[in-house]
Design a protein around this ligand. Structure first.
Ligand SMILES: [Zn+2]
Ligand SMILES: [Zn+2]
Length: 622
């Protein structure tokens, strides 16, 4: 069980999370770390396409932010590739990553065929690292910075730098490395005017990773690209023929030579415009958009109706809908892990009913959400004792059991009064999970709200992730109705009494750090993040600039690598003395997880020597 797996930062790669976990626990061997995290010995520590993610997720504690579908979306490069791949391939890529098919991934995204090379080293933005440090957490590897063709940090407009950690030609393929602290001292280099074109590509890249792009057929993307090229004057008047040579020349002039070399030359430009079904590396699409000076929206525009005809929805079959019978619109697609396939969702604008469609499912089409209008009608009929269950179901065009299920779901009263009483017969499975657990879940949630009256939904959810997840699944409507109120903030008026909060929190962190240092078993490094998390105040971390006392206290409490190493040695000595064990120098190094560069520092050498002496004295006494 990975009970202390770190909480991810925005855009952090899974590689980085595993590295931080291994670093924190001082794993003696990469292989053991790999086995504990992924449940297997074979595999590679990869940025691009980690696999065995299902096994990994099952090892996390319930409610950990990495234990759900957001892992793939927020901490792997899946969203980088998926908008440019056919749906069925996205499904296969997902399964490969969840299972042990990591090796198949590069082929699926077309990387093997393309000449886009992976950067040789893990890369970073010095400004981002400085910010990490200033915000009091560990440095971490970001996803975007590791992508070929992303040369600058879009947030700071500085060039990315190579770290000493190699991605290619590694000695051991299991090793996960954290960024060395010293990397934040690397001097950032601003992107000048000549680098504007690359900065634009990086900005497009940053937006591409947001989970908001539709999955459109490649033909649609292709057609949109042709429209954009025509608009920029790269097709002959009234023709669909592209002036390819002029285009290539202009692209070469727009970007530095080195950038195009990393993208594998210029021959991809022909393939991009001429083969509508070919899978192309996303960075090439971005390079083309950057060249044309347009945003991602222009490419991902579903466009005229003809383009999405392939996804024309079924007619709305809601009998109480004013637009009943009219075709519904394609809304979005989502991945269903039950079906292991993409599901298209169609939504009726008039009544909110959502229908799912997937050729892989038994039904083909099914109602995903009956919609607010339908539910309102259900509630009205339910409360009318003159209505029989059968009549009510007929009016709503569902079978009686479905009507009952929906009634239970929205919390209508059981048994229902009528000529014949409607009981919960047939709903045993739903009831068991609901009625058993829901009341206590509700009570706990309300308790948490009372205990933390000043926390918003997000913070409360972070405090009680498992509770929130259960309520979300079993009792969503109630949860939404019982979230902390959103208080609109008057401009210039702060809701929080910062001075008071600062006073309290600074006291809290001092006490908490004390406790952290006393934790038995493995010593744990006292970092600002660890302290503030243990104090139950992780949500205040981004607000530290408003909490000067707390910030100062944290800075004082924070343990450097050396101080932490010394504490580990002391802990080891105490433990060994208690157990009457004798250790040699190398065993101290190994068991306390001292890195070579640390052992060589004179200060620590003194500590280790002292420890050995104390152990020898203790051994004599025995
Ligand atoms: Zn940056
Ligand atoms: Zn409708």
């Amino acid at each position: 069980m990975l009970s202390n797996f770190p909480i991810p930062h925005p855009d952090e790669t899974l590689y980085s999370l595993v590295a931080r976990y291994g670093d924190w626990l001082r794993y003696p061997s990469h292989k053991r770390l790999f086995r504990e995290v992924f449940g297997a010995e074979t595999g590679t520590a990869t940025i691009e396409f980690p696999s065995r993610l299902a096994a990994f997720m099952s090892r996390l504690p319930v409610g950990h932010p990495c234990a759900g579908p957001s892992l793939l979306v927020e901490h792997t490069l899946l969203p980088w590739y998926s908008p440019f791949m056919p749906d069925d391939r996205v499904g296969r890529l997902r399964s490969a990553m969840l299972g042990d098919g990591g090796g198949a991934a590069p082929g699926l995204v077309g990387l093997q065929a393309s000449r886009v090379r992976v950067p040789a080293f893990l890369r970073f933005c010095p400004e981002c690292f400085r910010e990490d440090h200033r915000d009091g957490h560990e440095l971490y590897w970001r996803r975007l910075h590791q992508v070929t063709g992303i040369e600058a940090c879009p947030r700071h407009a500085v060039w990315l730098a190579d770290s000493p950690v190699p991605r290619l030609d590694r000695v051991t393929r299991h090793s996960f490395e954290v960024p060395a602290d010293g990397l934040r001292d690397v001097e950032p280099v601003r992107v000048g005017r000549t680098g504007e074109s690359l900065l634009r590509v990086a900005r497009l890249g940053e937006r591409l990773l947001l989970p908001e792009w539709p999955s459109l057929p490649l033909e649609v993307l292709h057609r949109n690209l042709h429209c954009l090229l025509a608009g920029a004057g790269y097709s002959f008047p009234r023709g669909r023929t592209i002036r390819a040579r002029r285009l290539v020349e202009a692209v070469c002039e727009h970007y530095p030579h080195d950038f195009l070399r990393k993208l594998g030359g210029t021959s991809w430009i022909h393939r991009l415009i001429h083969s509508p079904r070919g899978v192309q590396s996303p960075i090439r699409w971005l390079a083309m958009l950057g060249f044309l000076g347009v945003e991602l929206e222009a490419l991902f525009d579903p466009g005229q109706r003809e383009m999405i005809q392939a996804k024309e929805g079924p007619g709305c079959r809601n009998p109480v809908c004013p637009a009943s019978g009219r075709a519904t619109c394609f809304w979005r697609s989502e991945f269903s892990s039950d079906l292991d396939a993409e599901v298209d969702l169609f939504r009726c604008e008039a009544c909110g009913r959502v229908v799912g469609r997937c050729p892989k499912s038994r039904e083909g089409e099914w109602v995903r959400d009956y919609g607010a209008l339908w539910r309102k009608r259900l509630a009205a009929l339910w409360g009318d004792p003159g209505q029989s269950l059968r009549g009510l179901s007929r009016a709503l065009r569902v079978d009686p059991l479905t009507a009952k299920r929906q009634a239970l779901k929205v919390g209508l009263a059981f048994p229902r009064r009528g000529k014949r009483e409607t009981t919960t017969r047939g709903l045993a499975d739903m009831l068991r999970s609901r009625l058993d657990r829901v009341p206590s879940l509700r009570k706990r949630w309300l308790g948490a709200r009372t205990k933390h009256p000043d926390l918003g939904t997000k913070a409360l959810r972070q405090k009680h992730p498992a509770l929130y997840a259960s309520l979300y699944r079993l009792d969503r409507e109630w949860l939404v109705a019982n979230q902390p109120p959103r208080v609109p903030r008057a401009p210039g008026l702060s809701r929080v009494d910062w001075v008071k909060r600062d006073q309290r929190l600074s006291n809290d962190v001092i006490g908490t750090a004390e406790q952290l240092r006393k934790v038995p078993f493995r010593p744990r490094r006292v970092t600002a993040t660890a302290v503030i998390r243990a104090a139950g105040a992780i949500s205040w971390l981004p607000k530290l600039d408003k909490l000067p006392k707390t910030r100062k206290a944290l800075r004082k409490l924070e343990e450097g690598r050396l101080r932490f190493a010394r504490r580990r040695v002391e802990h080891l000595v105490a433990e060994s003395v208690a157990e009457g064990r004798q250790l040699r120098a190398w065993q101290v190094q190994r068991k306390a997880g001292l890195r070579l560069e640390l052992v060589d520092s004179p200060e620590l050498r003194g500590v280790v020597d002292g420890a050995l002496a104390r152990l020898a004295v203790a051994a004599e006494r025995n």
